[in-house]
Design a protein around this ligand. Structure first.
Ligand code: SIN
Ligand code: FE2
Length: 220
């Protein structure tokens, strides 16, 4: 991963909060002031739990590569989707969730109206150009009262934010480096996805998009 910490400084915009649902927000640029701390934390997690491509229960290899940190890591294989307390690659617990990532998620949740968010799972997705995430619901979590906090870094992407049925129309929301999306409450189970990431080069992260998805997976 190439690292040019200050390359995006001139592009910094004032924070803007955009409502995309009754209890859903895009917090524009919310993560930007913390990128310099987030990237070393990310690198440390990846040393312990490198990105890997996973297979869906239907036998398809996901185009995004995944890793995790925190008490629970989301995994998929031929046997199904689930949260695991250990990394299936080495049988070890997932890396501890770095404080800078945890605090970012807590603050973003609060800014979106969800006080007292206690995330225990951080899924890390890596998209190279062409990689995507098909429409899905986040529904493997024990506690659906906690929101989903999704942090975008690197290449831009088009986020699809649908309804409660797969066939419902989706909003198309362009996400940039530093944007944070939060959805919860009545919107917690809305379908969402990512269109194939376009070719490009990001000054900080190069030819990739990194997404952190923070959730409460286990019981409180
Ligand atoms: C996800 O829903 O798992 C990822 C969403 C994203 O990459 O923005
Ligand atoms: Fe998701």
């Amino acid at each position: 991963m190439t690292l040019d910490l200050f390359a995006d400084q001139d592009l910094r915009q004032p924070e803007r909060h955009e409502r995309i649902g009754e209890q859903s927000w895009v917090l524009r640029g919310f993560a930007l002031p913390r990128v310099e701390q987030l990237l070393p934390a990310l690198r440390q997690v990846l040393r312990q739990a490198p990105f890997r491509q996973m297979v869906t229960p239907g036998g398809f290899t996901m185009s995004a590569s995944l890793s995790s940190c925190g008490d629970w890591g989301w995994t998929t294989d031929r046997d199904g989707y689930r949260y695991s307390a250990t990394d299936p690659h080495n049988g070890q617990p997932w890396p501890t969730m770095p404080e800078v990532i945890r605090q970012l998620a807590v603050d973003a949740a609060e800014a979106a109206g969800f006080a007292d968010f206690v995330p225990d799972a951080c899924l890390i997705n890596r998209y190279v150009p062409g990689a995507k995430m098909s429409l899905h619901q986040d529904r493997n979590e024990h506690d659906l009262t906690a929101p989903v906090v999704s942090v975008s870094l690197g290449l831009p992407a088009m986020f699809l934010f649908g309804g409660h049925e797969r066939a419902d129309r989706s909003l198309r929301i362009p996400l940039q480096h530093g944007d944070v999306v939060v959805w919860g409450g009545v919107d917690r189970l809305r379908f969402h996805g990512i269109l194939p990431v376009k070719d490009g080069h990001h000054p900080v992260l190069g030819a990739q998009r990194i997404n952190f998805t923070l959730r409460r997976a286990g019981p409180r």
